[in-house]
Design a protein around this ligand. Structure first.
Ligand code: NAD
Length: 282
């Protein structure tokens, strides 16, 4: 079997068409405030992509650049200012941050209604209760890719490799909401020598580890749907966590690059619209 490619761009394109229309019908452009602390090439690239995407959809993107030496207290104060600004609908803090700033601590200061990354404990709590309007972007992207395969998740064996707060954990909750049978593997699973046996059972497999080739071709169940979230830079090339030859066994597989990546920024825009609607009680 040769897998069909689950490409992020066309799926993102369709979602963006719908977002554009809904944003136009709001009358007033949603405002996404982005905070960048210090200069960093990675953050600059994200900001450029976010700005371009936002502007194409009719979202007003405001970039606030703070100095490299900004302390946590000053950043918190800045966040409070944006929280209290009625015109601002969403707030995102760009990564990476300078060493003196603890992202986990700082991100808690963003008002949950403006938390477009979906990482505030209040929003994670809503995920647990199954009524989240705003979900963490990469987990939401993975769900869109799975949806595009057309699979009915009800009762399916779904295996996630990676239990981070931004991908594996929120994704497990989104999948439970669809009544999938979810197994979450992580470093402990590998150390116990059990990763292969879990992966081999997966009808739907999502891998988010950051180790090239950690999932071998032979581990893929015939006909499985595979979402590869991993990004690894090897010899100047970007590759995923799953052996590319897994495409010979899977029914659907995401390319790396070009799978999850292009959808993630679209999910950020979707969350910005949701945040604007929450604040305007639409
Ligand atoms: P993380 O470092 O926070 O978490 C890694 C996870 O992998 C942990 O759960 C850890 O226990 C697990 N792990 C590590 N070694 C393992 C092993 N040998 N066997 C099994 N599990 C193991 O990473 P993250 O932030 O969730 O990112 C994971 C990958 O996804 C990275 O490559 C990252 O670049 C990529 N990523 C891509 C996007 C995107 O938009 N495409 C977004 C976020 C992250």
């Amino acid at each position: 079997m040769s897998a069909k490619l689950l490409e992020g761009k066309p799926i993102a394109g369709k979602i963006k068409e719908d977002l554009k229309q809904e944003i136009q019908s709001l009358g007033e452009a949603p405002v996404l405030a982005s905070i960048q602390v210090g200069d960093n090439a990675g953050a600059e690239a994200y900001v450029r992509s976010q700005k371009k995407n936002a502007e194409n959809l009719g979202i007003d993107y405001q970039l606030h650049k703070l100095g490299d030496d900004t302390e946590e207290a000053a950043l918190t104060e800045f966040i409070q200012k944006l929280n209290n600004d009625d015109k601002v609908n969403g707030i995102i803090i760009q990564m990476p941050l300078p060493a003196q700033i603890d992202y986990k601590k700082i991100s808690r200061y963003i008002k949950p209604e403006k938390d477009v990354e979906g990482m505030h404990p209040a929003n994670i709590g809503k995920l647990v209760f199954g009524n989240a309007k705003i979900s963490p972007c990469t987990a939401a992207s993975s769900m869109e890719l799975i949806k595009a395969s057309g699979v009915d998740l009800y009762g399916k064996e779904v295996v996630i490799v990676g239990h981070s707060e931004i991908v594996g954990k929120p994704l497990s909750l989104l999948l439970l909401e669809k009544f999938a049978t979810v197994t979450v593997c992580h470093i402990g699973t590998s150390k116990a020598g059990k990763l292969e046996e879990h992966v081999k059972r997966a009808e739907v497999l999502i891998v988010a580890v950051g180790k090239a080739g950690i999932v071998k071709k032979d581990w893929i169940k015939e006909g499985a749907i595979v979402v590869d979230v991993g990004i690894n830079r090897i010899d100047g090339k970007i590759i995923g966590d799953v052996d590319p030859e897994a495409a010979e066994r899977a029914s659907f597989i995401t390319p790396v690059p070009g799978g999850v990546g292009p959808l993630t920024v679209t999910m950020l825009m979707k969350n910005t619209l949701e945040a604007a609607k929450l604040q305007r009680a639409i």
